[in-house]
Write a protein that binds this ligand. Structure first.
Ligand code: UD1
Length: 338
């Protein structure tokens, strides 16, 4: 069974990807330092898969981390999720983001080259496009100046991978540019665990519905969109997780020095108010919300062109927004029982 190392394996996207790798016949090996997750996620993964995967509580910035794992296991490929991702915090403490997100990738690549681990899938973000000139945004759209140090780390990391692949014919890599991952595993065994007050829309919605937050602020209704609120491409985290399995299948077929990047979204944009109303409809709960000012740094609208990923990765989404909102709500209710 092929072993895939998953850094950030207990995180939101990492944990769902571990489950999908297992479903596709791979053996995931996990690393996490629990900087933004919890040990209980391992139990959630076990409850779904009935398996105890190898797990290392370790820091990706420590060169020994990868070297000892690569010595112990024959690893076919790595999915590198581990990174800080709070946009607002990255503006306040940029060096924390540059240090962690960039050094961990360099560390990983150096160890991969040394131990001849040749396949890498990197977690990137649609944030690299900024506000695109035309929509849906295609992969060949120009990369805009990053809005935040977090976004800049994604751009820099993609460039580091391009240069490393160009210089090392043995290496194959794919960057996946995620749009807005939401939802949870349908079993409600794993899901998103926001630290403190959620910055992202859907966890804020579910916490408001659960009574943890008093009310949701919709950040602006004066954008140039049908109802005035921002448009994003919300993708079910299980669909997103499956894209990583497809990325490995593609890397397996490729020859030396291959690098490419793909949009991972649904291709459909939804406004903030559509998400709010969709949530009320599928859960039957009234959400306490008001329209407040715009949030600085928000782009007006962005959604993915998915032609390239559907054709070349042979991947497309299967779950809709309503399903994602039902699953997110089921997960929030499970958290309340804990
Ligand atoms: C953000 C990041 C993105 C990152 C992603 C990680 C920016 C500009 N982008 O995406 O780079 O990969 O998080 O999860 O920060 N909203 C509200 N009220 C809320 C929260 C959000 O109205 O309480 C609105 C926002 O204004 C936005 C939409 O909901 O229009 C989605 O926001 P969010 O979930 O934070 O994601 P992004 O900002 O799109």
């Amino acid at each position: 069974m092929k072993k895939i190392l998953v850094t950030g394996g207990t995180g939101f996207i990492g944990s769902h990807t571990v489950v999908e790798l297992h479903n596709a016949g791979y053996e995931p090996i996990l690393i996490d330092n629990f900087s933004n997750s919890e040990r209980s996620v391992l139990q959630g993964i076990k409850n779904i898969t009935n398996k105890d995967f190898s797990f290392y509580e370790a820091d990706c910035n420590d060169p020994n981390t990868f070297q000892s794992i690569f010595r112990e296991h024959k690893i076919e490929g790595v999915i590198h999720f581990a990174a800080y991702k709070a946009v607002g915090e990255s503006v306040k403490v940029p060096l924390k983001y540059y240090n962690n997100n960039i050094n961990s990738l360099i560390n990983l690549l150096e160890s991969m080259l040394k131990f001849e681990v040749n396949n890498l899938v990197f977690s990137s973000s649609c944030t690299v496009y900024g506000q695109p000139d035309s929509l849906p945004v295609t992969e060949d759209a120009p990369i805009k100046k990053a809005e935040s140090p977090y976004g800049n780390t994604k751009q820099i990391c993609e460039e580091i991978i391009v240069d490393t692949c160009a210089a090392n014919a043995s290496l194959h890599a794919i960057s996946l540019r995620y749009f807005n991952p939401i939802g949870a595993h349908p079993s409600a065994e794993i899901g998103e665990l926001p630290l403190g007050i959620p910055g992202n829309l859907v966890p804020f919605i579910t916490q408001t519905a659960a009574g943890i937050r008093e009310k949701l602020t919709v950040f602006g209704n004066d954008y140039h969109t049908p109802d005035g609120s921002c448009i994003r491409d919300y993708i079910h985290v299980v669909d997103l997780a499956k894209a990583h399995v497809k990325a490995f299948e593609l890397l397996d077929k490729k020859t030396a020095g291959f690098y490419d990047f793909f949009n991972i979204g649904t291709g459909k944009g939804s406004t903030v108010l559509e998400v709010v109303k969709g949530f009320e409809k599928v859960t039957g709960k009234n959400l306490n919300y008001w329209v407040g000012p715009r949030r600085p740094g928000d782009v007006e609208k962005v959604y993915a062109a998915v032609d390239k990923s559907s054709k070349e990765l042979d991947w497309k989404t299967e779950l809709d927004l309503e399903t994602a909102l039902i699953d997110a709500w089921r997960w929030e209710q499970r958290l309340q029982q804990k």
